[in-house]
Design a protein around this ligand. Structure first.
Ligand SMILES: [Zn+2]
Length: 285
């Protein structure tokens, strides 16, 4: 594929989100295509409605920040209750900016908050309706996957390192090897993240992206003359390479740095809380 072909394809990808207040001040961002699927529930948390204070105000859902554990636990209690997520159904990633995806089921419920965390992993897949997949984010993309034919789901944390290493393709590969999912059946979505205008990088990083994604015109330049990278192109490119149909891809198009309902690691120079993405199957067939 040449750059022009890819750009046309990228521009054709649907973009949009639904912001829904769930009660108790809790809000979530949702993908319209996933929202229309009655057999799954998903979302990406806003920073409102929690008990954390200061830079973590208020719904900090990250256990890796220097904050009282009890605050984060209470935030998860409020968030899961508002979102209708069974309290003991959650399984959290243990992100390390790698590409390890783990298959999880009922036996893993509670890992990462009630019990010891999973081994290092940036993504999870399951076909078990008793579990809720959870991944942590602060500017990094969340990739959502749903195969309505096999009733299997996947969720991953895609920071720039993971996205560059094609973690999205890895989830699609895992859905195939674990559940027999065919790429043409899979729906993919991308949550809020740092946007193409805001993601400033060094020239070395920009060049590495250009080398790894030669068909994507993903490099830009910002007002102060620094290189920028469009991570949403990186996402779409790896989905399409893995056989996903462009009309099965949706980008929320929300920038964590520009939307003050969200925490942003870059905007707050690291002194900030974290958001969570969740995805679960509502019924089995
Ligand atoms: Zn932005």
């Amino acid at each position: 594929m040449n750059k022009e072909t890819f750009l046309n394809l990228y521009r054709s990808v649907s973009r949009g989100y639904i912001y829904r207040e769930l009660g108790g001040g809790i809000g979530v961002y949702r993908l319209p295509t996933f929202d229309a699927c009655v057999s799954i529930d998903h979302g990406f948390s806003a920073r409102t409605g929690g008990v954390s204070t200061g830079v973590f105000s208020s719904l900090n859902l990250s256990f890796t920040r220097p904050e009282q554990r009890e605050h984060v636990m209470e935030n998860y209690r409020r968030f899961s209750s508002s979102a209708g997520i069974p309290w003991d159904s959650m399984i959290m990633d243990s992100y390390e900016h790698g590409t390890t995806i783990l298959r999880v089921d009922h036996d893993d419920c509670g890992k990462g908050y009630l019990y010891d965390p999973l081994p290092p992993c940036d993504g999870l897949v399951t076909d078990d309706p008793s579990v809720t997949l959870i991944t942590g984010h602060a500017d990094c993309m969340a990739f959502f996957f749903f195969d309505p034919v096999k009733n299997a789901i996947g969720l991953c944390h895609a920071g720039w390192r993971g996205a560059k290493a094609r973690i999205g393709s890895e989830v699609i590969r895992m859905l195939f090897s674990c559940y027999g999912s065919r790429p043409e059946d899979i729906l993919c979505g991308v949550g809020p993240s740092i946007c193409p205008r805001c993601f400033e990088v060094g020239d070395d990083v920009a060049e590495a992206f250009e080398q790894d994604f030669p068909s994507c015109p993903l490099r830009g330049i910002n007002r102060v003359g620094k290189a920028t990278i469009d991570l949403w192109q990186v996402a779409v490119c790896q989905f399409v390479e893995s056989g996903i149909s462009p009309d099965h891809i949706e980008l929320m198009g929300v920038c964590t740095m520009e939307d003050d309902r969200l925490f942003s690691y870059r905007r707050e120079k690291g002194r900030t809380g974290g958001m969570a993405a969740y995805l679960r199957i509502l019924n089995s067939r």
